[in-house]
Design a binder for this molecule. Structure first.
Ligand code: ATP
Ligand code: MG
Length: 356
């Protein structure tokens, strides 16, 4: 086999006769941190649970380290899963919670002690080993849940929204902890979230799912800079990419809200009169003095966040857009500003949402 650590081939899932995962093919490299991201109900957890063996596949094949595991029990797959609800045993100490799975597997007592101590040291919970879960904070409980996965020495770690029960500040610090853990252990990790910041910051490879299909798979940079369609472009990035209704005029010219721009690359692709969308991220819109190459927009609303400012603007034809500004003179609601749309980072999408 190749270097694929986890490999999915035409993996499908139906509940009754309702298909929810439609034939997913995916190769995950050994040691990669892969994040499944997508809107609620798109099939992230279902896919992860099929890899874990907690959910049967309706069709297709899953292999881990070159071994077909499609019909194996979860305990025989070389995986360990961390859940959103920590699923700790409340009446057991942290040490016993960490040791429980190994005891069940009849691991030698000295080996259990060694692995528990190692995991506790990695997660900095050595001082909590005699407490019960009820005597821990949310972040500490989550560490214990992760520790329970570490002691099993799995080939692959599976995480399903492990941080979503934590408050905002703790999420950020646990996110960094998980990144550090990945760097230290070097295992393949598959992580489900609907938080795009977690996806962008943790992943070597992001898999964007929608309605049980892979919309795009690639590095965070590929997904952000080169989204293959309007869904991915709009899903990753906050505030989201602006999409402006545009009309092709022929001769490499197109119009947005009555204002004409140049896009020579269209010449062979579009008939005159064709409608499409121009996508520009808020940080790629510059406020300029010169109205010549720019479009006029009325500022409806300003959000001041300290380091950045978001300007919520309206074009002449009523289309909305958001501008992110890091510097520049103060801008007040009601002002008319000129926006340069000529960014070489603008993207074009046809009426089906595919990239032009
Ligand atoms: N046991 C089940 N029976 C029937 N339908 C189910 C079952 N479990 C999940 N589904 C459906 O399968 C689809 C995918 O669910 P899944 O839990 O994988 O979504 P998700 O991407 O993890 O969403 P979320 O972000 O809300 O956790 C949903 O439409 C859901 O309603
Ligand atoms: Mg889920």
């Amino acid at each position: 086999m190749d270097r694929a650590s986890v490999s999915l081939s035409n993996v499908q899932k139906s509940y009754g006769n309702l298909p929810v995962v439609h034939g997913i093919d995916l190769d995950i490299n050994e040691g990669d941190f892969v994040v499944f991201v997508g809107p609620s109900g798109c099939g992230k957890s279902t896919l992860l649970r099929m890899i874990a063996g907690l959910e049967e596949v309706t069709d297709g094949e899953i292999s881990i380290k070159g071994r077909d595991v499609t019909d194996l029990d979860p305990s025989d797959r070389g995986i360990a899963m961390v859940f959103q609800s920590y699923a700790l045993y409340p009446h057991m100490s942290v040490r016993d919670n960490l040791a429980f799975g190994l005891k069940m597997a009849r691991t030698d007592a000295a080996e259990i002690r060694l692995r528990v101590d190692q995991a506790a040291a990695i997660l900095k919970i050595d001082h909590l080993l005699d407490r019960r879960p009820g005597q821990l904070s949310g972040g500490q409980r989550q560490r214990v849940a992760i520790g329970r996965a570490i002691v099993r020495k799995p080939d692959v770690f599976l995480f399903d929204e492990p941080l979503s029960n934590l408050d905002a500040e703790l999420r950020v610090s646990m996110r960094i902890e998980i990144a550090r853990l990945h760097r230290e252990l070097g295992n393949t990790m598959i992580y489900v979230t609907h938080d795009q910041t977690e996806a962008m910051t943790l992943a070597d490879q992001i898999v964007v799912l929608r309605n049980g299909r892979v919309e795009q798979s690639g590095s965070p940079r590929e997904i952000y800079e080169n989204p293959s369609n309007i869904f991915v472009a709009g899903f990753i990035g906050s505030p989201r990419m602006n999409f402006l209704r545009s009309e092709y005029k022929g001769g490499g010219r197109f119009a947005i809200a009555g204002r004409e721009f140049q896009a020579p690359e269209f010449d062979s692709k579009l008939p005159a009169g064709a409608e499409f969308m121009t996508g520009i991220r808020p940080e790629h819109l510059a406020v300029v003095d010169d109205a010549d190459q720019a479009i006029a927009a009325r500022v409806d609303f300003c959000e001041y966040l300290g380091g950045t400012r978001y300007l919520y603007c309206v074009l002449d034809d009523g289309q909305n857009l958001v501008v992110e500004q890091r510097t520049g003179p103060d801008i007040e609601p009601g002002m008319i500003i000129n926006l340069d749309l000529s960014s070489n980072q603008r993207l074009f999408f046809n009426s089906d949402g595919a990239r032009l």
